[in-house]
Design a protein around this ligand. Structure first.
Ligand code: URA
Length: 438
């Protein structure tokens, strides 16, 4: 086999076989196929697309390129959840204990934040003492004992995807539906779950800007899951503003705790109940999404979800008393009000700008090596649809000191708000669901 022939076949609209795709992925992983040939192939895929059969074969080739986690020692149907990235997205902190509280085992590996998106691991580490590195044995035992564990990505999961994603990033080939779908699913499959629930974001702050594209991506991922025997469901949600009010590590933990107590923001609560309900259905603990939602609402109201959160934090060495006293979380000493200069209704809030603002305050990393400040961030006071008068507070910056940087960040946050004289039509947060049943 020669790479050039496979590139040509894709360039001309052909369908590559599983062994041809494995040849490319294995050769690239080993360093035998150079970046320039892999880039040419990725660009051919960008323009020509891939059939569902090719997409599934590519996914498996990448999933097989490194470690495969065996969750066999954990009893029950293991259901994983993945979000395609979002600002203020703290859903894992809420959903993991929530679904674990009804007996769905959650054995989750999560990532750190980079750029404008935060990472679950950083958020959890804002709780004093919380450890996100556990031995594989301890990880499994904890899930069997208390029903959940969340650790940082360890080992070598889908290294071919990591290499290919880095290449796509610099060759303008990220925004290809089959390449995104296989990239996401290769990591989920290697992570060992029996079933997968995907949270696919759509809108200005997401990879996929339109509902149509997002549905195509969701369908591509559900098809891959079905093809490789992992029951998969995808929920498409709007990302024309950050989720909830808080952006920043400890601030998001605090908001998650409030949500587990039943006092969370409406959008965040609704998304968590919906994603959680799909996990409960795939995990076999309810027959319908509506019944599962009721079950989960009950777990919030009866305190079981919060109790599970405390047991989880405690099991990983963290200070579980933050659940009763969130003031024990890292707190920034100063808050700065970002005031509106004009009046009107909030039409949209550019989520990416809010994420960048939090990063510039120190809540996120501009580079992989950068350290972060758990206490700082942004809390929104106004969301889409709210009425604003000039001088009203749009948001609060939680900072260490007032400086040139914080003044620039305040301007950035103000500019992220689009105001309009007309009240916008209410937009649904949850737009569509794609499952294997169609
Ligand atoms: N996230 C991934 O993991 N891969 C992509 O290709 C895009 C987003």
């Amino acid at each position: 086999m020669r790479s050039v022939d496979l590139i040509q076949k894709k360039r001309d609209g052909g369908e590559l076989t599983a062994s041809e795709l494995t040849y490319l992925i294995d050769g690239y992983s080993r360093g035998d196929i150079p970046d320039y040939q892999m880039s040419a192939w990725a660009m051919a895929v960008f323009f020509r697309g891939m059939t569902p059969r090719e997409t599934a074969a590519l996914t498996l080739a990448m999933a097989n390129s490194g470690d495969q986690v065996d969750l066999g020692p954990i009893s029950g149907v293991k259901v994983d959840k993945h979000s395609t990235g979002g600002v203020g997205d703290k859903t894992t902190l809420i959903i993991a204990p929530l679904v674990a509280s009804v007996g769905i085992p959650v054995a989750k590996m999560s990532g750190r934040g980079l750029g404008h998106t935060g990472g679950t691991i950083d958020k959890l580490e804002s709780i004093e003492g919380f450890r996100t590195e556990l031995s594989r044995e301890r990880f499994m035992t904890q899930v069997n004992e208390i029903g959940l564990a969340v650790i940082g990505q360890s080992g070598n999961l889908a290294p071919a995807d990591k290499k290919l994603y880095a290449l796509r990033d610099v060759t303008a080939t990220v925004e290809s539906i089959p390449l995104i779908a296989s990239s996401v699913m290769s990591k989920k499959i290697a992570a060992g779950a029996d079933a997968i629930v995907l949270d696919v974001k759509t809108g200005s702050g997401a990879f996929m800007k339109t509902l149509e594209q997002s549905e195509q991506l969701a369908k591509a991922m559900v098809d891959i899951g079905t093809d490789v025997g992992r029951n998969t469901a995808a929920v498409i949600s709007d990302m024309d503003q950050p989720l909830g009010f808080a952006v920043g590590n400890a601030l998001e933990v605090q908001e998650s705790i409030e949500t587990l107590k039943g006092n969370g923001p409406e959008d965040l609560t609704e998304l968590c109940l919906t994603l959680g309900a799909h996990m409960v259905v795939l995990g076999g603990k309810a027959d319908s999404v509506e019944a599962a939602k009721e079950l989960l609402r009950g777990q919030i109201n009866n305190g079981e979800a919060l109790a599970k959160f405390k047991a989880f934090v405690d099991a990983q060495g963290g200070d579980a008393s933050v659940a009763d006293d969130p003031a024990r979380l890292p707190q920034a000493p100063i808050t700065i009000e970002v005031k509106a200069e004009g009046s009107g209704f909030v039409e949209a809030i550019e989520a990416e700008q809010l994420g960048l603002a939090a990063m510039l305050l120190g809540a996120g990393r501009a580079t992989k090596e950068a350290s972060i400040d758990y206490a700082v961030g942004v809390t929104l006071r106004k969301k889409v649809g709210d009425s604003v008068q000039a001088g009203d507070t749009l948001a609060l910056l939680h900072v260490r000191e007032s400086s040139e940087t914080t003044r620039n960040v305040a301007d950035r946050v103000r500019s992220a708000y689009a105001l309009n004289a007309e009240k916008p039509e209410p937009r649904a947060l949850l737009l569509s669901v794609v499952t294997s049943e169609g």
